[in-house]
Design a protein around this ligand. Sequence first.
Ligand SMILES: [Zn+2]
Length: 299
Amino acid sequence: MKVRCPYCGAEYDAPEGLQYSVCPYCGTALRQGQTYEKVYIFKPTLDKTAAFRRALSLRPWASPSDLDSSASLTSAELHYIPLYLYYVYFEPLKELATYATAPAVEKPPFYIPKDYRFPARWRIPFKPSLERTAVFHGPQLDPEAAWAAVSGRYEREARNYAAVFKKPISDMSSFEGLVYYPFWRLRYAYGGREYEAVVDAAEGDVTYMEYPVSRAGRSASAAAAVSIVLGAAFLGLIGAAFSPAASAGIHGNPRLLDLAAAAGVAGGGVAGLVGAVRLLAFAVERRAIYRADRDVELV
Ligand SMILES: [Zn+2]
């Protein structure tokens, strides 16, 4: 469905059957064709240079030591992710009443950890602007569905609190409006290649970062892999020493002991080799991905 933005005049595609649409150019939010009033925004506290510095100072595992001095920023885009704002209230616990936000998109345009805690305070009313400085993303979810996905932890908290007074509680939380939350999507160059990083522009956290694996990091992994293979071979030698001949005189049941020893050695060897193969794979890779809530991944 084509929509013409009443503020900046841009025409954009709005998905069918959704309550809201958001102009990707100026952020004007429409609710069933009408300008929607309750829209808030988090102002970025970091400009693109500060955001890039955050990414470089992260120093993820096996990144080159000259990354911060040799990498250069090639592009920076400010993106606003839509969140829904809720007034959280479990009757009669007035003292626990608070505001909470939940992502209004199912799939953000870049990596954001699934349980990312967006703040609800410090938002300010949003005013559209004609100067194009950011990309605004439209909501994809129902406000009720988005609330159902995050309400559990607030309800648990309220139930624990209420258990002390043995009072029943009921969820009187309400939907309050839209909030735009800023992220920097950065691209940078190092050693003739390009990498991407995503930085929370309000809080400064790095949620995603692609980076080169340093030559030092690669050879350290290769050395570790070799020593694991040697270690497995060494365990094999120990296993051979505990042969039936060596243990028969000491223990009543040499066969059983022998089987246990053999199983142990085989298990250790296999685990060692799996680790070594993974480290060797790492040793030849040149690019890794850091995600704020996961282990580093090689690509
Ligand atoms: Zn517009």
